[in-house]
Design a binder for this molecule. Structure first.
Ligand SMILES: Nc1ncnc2c1ncn2[C@@H]1O[C@H](COP(=O)(O)OP(=O)(O)OP(=O)(O)O)[C@@H](O)[C@H]1O
Length: 593
């Protein structure tokens, strides 16, 4: 039976390799890689080892004796006792006493006795009276960190295990726990020592380390907490954090990264692992053990740091949107809401304004927003409104071009909100199509009531995108697609809109210049011109600034290289965002209380 399984495995592999070989010759995608993998010498070696192990299991060989090395010593002493040993006896003695044979026999004995663990030193003889409360823990360190931090009780000078890092050596041993009192390390009493001295003893210990600990009475199981997923909204570097309980055990992270927080038992310091932020990683991520966690500051700890930073920063003034003086407003003939030049110009023409909004003048988002955002998987129920799609990008990267193409190709699925304006309606225009034409009083009333996502002046008239227009598109069952200044994202991040933010970034320098050779940029209502080198440089720099400052809000980053390809990609990303499971802040999916 076993034999037939063996043959099946080898045979099956040969058949698979042959089949894949055919696929390679037919140029089937991925076949070459698979063929290479299946033909790899290491896979064949693994299979051979597997087959040997199967044979071993079938034949179940048993050792003739468990102490071959003992026997060799007996033989050697017997040979030594001979007064005139023969050449053969001398040869035998020489062979048996060689280190290689001795090592081989010793290994044989270990295997024969099934004795694979490390040899623990004997228990100390001088056991104290209350010894039953004491635990002797022996760990084999093998150049890896212990995976635990210690603290000193300032009153008594006692040293305790402060925390055990999830997935680290101490955690995997299940023998050391937070709260355990450390009595000795490798025979050195630690009471009264400074934590740094204890750490030094630990660092100097290689191989086996013997701990004497008095276990914490009420021992928590430690790993029983359900991990939660959090998106980092700030950057953190433990090596720069003077408060960190153990900087080398700390974990660095930057905004936008996804963290699996595995331990929140300490109000000040949590433990977490970094994972890549794809929905599949969340559903299949291991709850513990696979990788060692790192220490990160808790949300409250980071918030107090943010407050300190905020007070120490110079006063920051939020720029409002400034007017841009251009010649006149012209119709470009496209009845797609939100594409009028006048509307684009008040928001976009000044490069500097965009730069300012992501460098010095706007408030630093990372210094005020919550440091972590708990996220969970969300699948939009079909009866619910679509998620708001926000496109974000540096001026002239092609946000409008992509948005326009997308709507033109799928006018029944996508729509942009109709902007509001105070400028008079012109011949051929219709209210609710190019703009909602409203009075200045009404516009200002709407501003006071926070009904605009963005608004500004252009040639003495007011223009803006209202939340009502966004709702209007969504209520019709369409996907609402807007582009906004980066600092307008935060107010749009709500349970109702559940925005999906796509950052449009320029391609590599040479591709940017090549693809935009015939492109024209909007200067004013009447003027366009071709791209110049300084436009490219400005675009690249602004893009980097936006990415650096707002990356924590991005759900996807799309490189606008070849236009048609970018449109196709954008379409599929948006479809996925609406129809497949996505990560969103838990506060957006929680039922109202
Ligand atoms: N992938 C692309 N390949 C070639 N040309 C492109 C591409 N994307 C955009 N363009 C062109 O670049 C120019 C600027 O694009 P667009 O006006 O969409 O930029 P924008 O980011 O909306 O800028 P603005 O905020 O100034 O309106 C347009 O002429 C557009 O046709």
């Amino acid at each position: 039976m076993r034999q037939s399984i063996d043959e099946d495995v080898s045979e099956a592999l040969s058949c698979v390799v042959e089949d894949v070989g055919h696929a390679v010759s037919r140029n089937v995608g991925g076949a070459e890689l698979l063929h290479e993998l299946l033909n790899a010498p290491w896979l064949r070696s693994l299979l051979q080892i597997y087959e040997c192990l199967l044979d071993f299991e079938v034949s179940t060989p048993t050792p003739l004796l468990a102490y071959a090395s003992g026997l060799s010593h007996e033989v050697m002493s017997a040979v030594q006792m001979i007064q005139h040993p023969s050449a053969g006896a001398r040869e035998l003695h020489r062979l048996l006493s060689s280190p290689h044979i001795q090592a081989l026999l010793s290994s044989h004995d270990s295997v024969a006795q099934a004795d694979f663990g490390p040899v623990l030193p004997p228990l100390p003889d001088d056991m104290a009276e209350d010894e039953e409360a004491m635990r002797i823990v022996c760990l084999v360190k093998n150049n890896q960190p212990l995976g635990a931090t210690i603290r000193r009780d300032e009153e008594t000078g006692a040293i305790y295990i402060a925390r055990v890092i999830h997935g680290g050596l101490a955690d995997r041993s299940r023998l050391l726990h937070a709260g355990d009192l450390l009595v000795e390390v490798n025979g050195n009493p630690v009471a009264g020592l400074e934590p740094e001295q204890v750490i030094q003893i630990l660092m100097n210990s290689h191989g086996t380390i013997l701990f004497k600990v008095i276990p914490e009475a009420a021992q928590s199981s430690g790993n029983s907490q359900k991990p939660v997923f959090m998106k980092a909204m700030v950057d953190y570097c433990p090596l720069l954090d003077t408060c960190s309980p153990c900087p080398p055990a700390g974990m660095m992270f930057s905004r936008g990264e996804l963290l699996q927080v595995v331990d929140q038992s300490d109000a000040r310091w949590w433990q977490a692992r970094k994972i890549s932020s794809s929905p599949t990683n969340i559903s299949s991520s291991p709850s513990s053990s696979s990788t060692c966690a790192g220490i990160i500051p808790s949300a409250s700890m980071l918030r107090s740091k943010q407050r300190e930073n905020w007070w120490s920063q110079p006063l920051q003034v939020h720029t409002c949107i400034k007017p841009y003086e251009a010649d006149s407003d012209v119709t470009d003939g496209i009845y797609l809401a939100g594409f009028r030049r006048s509307f684009r110009l008040w928001r976009r023409t000044s490069y500097r304004r965009r730069r300012q909004s992501c460098s010095s003048c706007s408030p630093d988002t990372s210094s005020l927003c919550p440091p972590y955002e708990e996220v969970a998987l969300y699948q939009r129920p079909p009866q619910e409104n679509h998620r708001l799609i926000i496109l974000l990008g540096a001026t002239r990267v092609g946000v409008n071009e992509l948005r326009k193409n997308l709507i033109k190709l799928n006018p029944s699925s996508f729509q942009s909100p109709v902007p509001h304006t105070t400028r008079p309606m012109r011949a051929g225009e219709q209210t609710g199509r190019e703009y909602h034409f409203i009075t200045r009083e009404l516009f200002e009333y709407m501003v006071c009531n926070h009904r605009f996502v963005e608004y500004g002046h252009f040639k003495g008239q007011l223009y803006g995108t209202s939340t009502d227009s966004i709702d209007d598109v969504l209520r019709r069952g369409r996907m609402c697609i807007i582009d906004v200044e980066p600092h307008s994202i935060q107010p749009l991040r709500s349970k109702k809109l559940k925005p999906f933010v796509i950052f449009i970034k320029p391609p590599a320098a040479d591709r940017l210049r090549e693809t935009r050779r015939n492109a024209r940029i909007l200067l004013s209502c009447r003027e366009t011109r071709e791209f110049r080198e300084e436009d490219f440089v400005d675009l690249e720099e602004t893009s980097l600034l936006i990415e650096e400052k707002y990356k924590q809000f991005f759900d996807f980053t799309l490189e606008n290289n070849e236009l048609q390809e970018s449109c196709r990609k954008l379409y599929s990303i948006i479809k996925e965002a609406q129809e497949e499971e996505q990560l969103i802040p838990v506060s957006w999916s929680r039922e109202e209380e």
